[in-house]
Write a protein that binds this ligand. Structure first.
Ligand code: EPZ
Length: 427
């Protein structure tokens, strides 16, 4: 297994390209199941999770053609063609490696009238149930049964009628599954308290480009009028707002000045506001965002929330930044029950953080020191990298396969802006 060696202390400066959004790509790819025509996605990030999803689509008999792009370029263009399906089953050995596979359930059900998907199981940050995915599909007329660790979903003859569903909890994935299934239903589906994340807007925009009829895009009340057929399309994946926020924290903690090329400020207002509260200068234009940290960092209380609130996927990265702020910050993680796996590792680097349930008390410290640390989940891993960039001495981050799931060519991008970081094989 690879590890990353980081020698802290360099001020980051320069321009860093932002890739396509992992959490959009993972819901755009299964849309290929909703049509027999080719679906071409541009700006797909080169990530382990995307490779995994491409492999899963092949499992169903979908052709996957990776096109163009020289190796030194970021991102890729991929054409998916589901003209005929040879399987409607997403097997355990694939789903267990990538829980986002559950996002084939809705589109496969709508396309083929049935879908069998292994239950994804939990992960490091929580038990991640899928009850809302299933309730929403049942509200649209699906019959759901759970057996031998699999979800089996069936549509009535003639397809899903569609129906109304009021989400008791905002759920990104459940909203995505419901929207994809509703696009091909026989009637109208109204979703209330639906997730409003920019990735949902990206999904709705792709579906509309394929011929879907959706009202309320970007709001928490969606009306999807099912259509008989969806066409193929060519679509560019939105920029990754979490990747951009992560590198903004990396620039800030080193007192650096970095331009995040391709980042879309409109989709990350809460993160930008948090950075500005901490004392970071953020300027944006239509081509990207510039981040500059000149003077000291201010302690700031932050609480995660569903969009347009502060993304839970930014909590760990901002926590690292606040480890170097003057004063004490209180963070509240309201979305997941166990999203402080980075805390013990940050404390081993000299941070002073205490957690009580979903609250973390972060006391700013004069310095962080390099250490041997272990990545546990995707965003926790990034928080360790951010801390290491400002730490005195060398940090070794092991189990970086977590990082490779969500950050395209991370060390190359950080080297572009002057970080002393290298990837080495684990001895
Ligand atoms: C998506 O996960 C993202 N993943 C996560 O990003 C992100 O943290 C999360 O949304 C919240 O923004 C992808 O898009 C691939 P949820 P998802 O359903 O859809 C509970 C990353 O680091 N819930 O919005 O799984 C759930 O337990 C990843 O890139 C139910 O109770 O998140 C959680 O407490 C991590 N029942 C809350 O809702 C359900 O059926 C929000 O989960 C579904 C969810």
């Amino acid at each position: 297994m690879d590890k990353l060696l980081i020698r802290g202390g360099n001020r980051l400066s320069g321009t860093l390209p932002i890739s396509g959004a992992k959490n959009s790509a993972l819901t755009l790819i299964p849309c290929a199941l909703l049509t027999e025509e080719p679906l071409t996605l541009r700006n797909l990030p080169r990530l382990a999770d995307i490779d995994g999803f491409q492999h899963l689509m092949g499992q169903f008999g979908v052709s996957v053609a990776i096109r163009g792009k020289r190796p030194e370029e970021f991102g890729r263009v991929v054409t998916f063609e589901a003209s005929r399906l040879t399987s409607t089953v997403a097997p355990y050995d694939l789903v267990r490696k990538m829980r986002a596979s559950i996002l084939v359930l809705g589109p496969m059900l709508a396309r083929a009238g049935e879908a069998t998907v292994s239950l994804p199981g939990g992960c490091a940050i929580g038990n991640r149930p899928i009850d809302l995915h299933l309730k929403a599909l049942e509200a649209m007329g699906a019959e759901i049964e759970l057996a031998q660790g699999y979800v089996k979903a069936m549509a009535p003859d003639g397809g899903l009628p569609g129906g109304d569903f009021d989400f008791p909890v905002v759920s990104v994935g459940a909203t995505e599954n419901a929207v994809m299934a509703a696009a091909l239903a026989n009637g109208t589906t109204r979703l209330f308290n639906a997730a409003r994340e920019p990735e949902i807007v990206d999904l709705c925009n792709l579906l509309v480009a394929m011929g879907a009829e959706i009202e309320g895009i970007g709001t928490s009340d969606l009306a999807i009028h099912g259509v008989k057929k969806l066409n193929g399309a060519t679509y560019k994946v939105m920029a990754d707002r979490i990747e951009a926020g992560s590198y903004a924290c990396a620039a800030a903690i080193t007192g650096g000045e970095v331009r995040l090329e391709g980042a879309n400020a409109n989709e990350m207002q809460a993160t930008i506001h948090a950075l500005q509260q901490i004392g970071i200068e953020v300027e944006s234009d239509k081509a990207g965002i510039s981040v500059a940290a000149n003077d000291s960092l201010r302690a700031t209380n932050l609480s995660t929330a569903p969009y347009p609130g502060l993304a839970t996927d930014m909590q760990a990265q901002l926590m690292s930044l606040l480890c170097r702020a003057d004063g004490t910050s209180v963070l509240k993680e309201t979305i997941f029950e166990n999203r402080y796996m980075h805390v013990p590792e940050l404390n081993r680097m000299g941070a002073d953080i205490e957690t009580e349930g979903r609250t973390a008390i972060v006391k700013g410290v004069e310095r962080l020191t390099g250490a041997e640390v272990m990545a546990t989940d995707l965003r926790a891993s990034m928080s360790l990298i951010i801390a290491a960039l400002a730490a005195t001495g060398e940090t070794t981050v092991r189990r970086i396969y977590h990082l490779d799931r969500g950050y395209e060519r991370l060390e190359e991008k950080l080297q572009l802006v002057g970080a002393d970081i290298e990837r080495v094989g684990d001895d």
